[in-house]
Design a protein around this ligand. Sequence first.
Ligand code: CA
Length: 187
Amino acid sequence: MSVDQETVSNITGASETEALPTKPKYKNLSFIETLVCFNSLPPAYCLPYNNLESVINGGFETGDFTGWQQTQADIDSSKKHSGEYSCRLYEAHIEQEFDSIPIECLNALGLWAIGSPYNDIYIYYDDETYTYLGIDWLLGKINDSAWSYLNLLSEVPSGKKIVKIKFYGGTGAPWWIDDITLHGISF
Ligand SMILES: [Ca+2]
């Protein structure tokens, strides 16, 4: 007699030799994995990103470029969306790389920005494609008078995995960026 047969007998009172109905083997799933299977929650492979913020120093509150690679960019305290600092980009760029992150595991991908729209954003994927968001996209979304949230998540194709984000400052006028987020969905 198998363990499964004994379990059924104890629950139903049926004969010890009664055959079990065919059923999936879910008994080794964790509690959260079981919720994922039966309640339409995000895929189990998103668990490592559960409520995780992947951008290091997205608000520049270290006062330096910890977590970022940059060229000619400045940490600036004259404008900030939150905290004490932002990043000023003028003829400059910053970028940050990640271990491959599935788009569907994110509930936020974006940043706050103020200044000139004559700039560029790149989002790179592990299949060596990327999404380019330049002046045509930024125009009308940001200005000099108030901070605006730029929602990048709505611009990226489904099924992609992010490996890098990059922000360029053009030559026309500076822009400032702050509170860059790449945040995992919550289970
Ligand atoms: Ca900040």
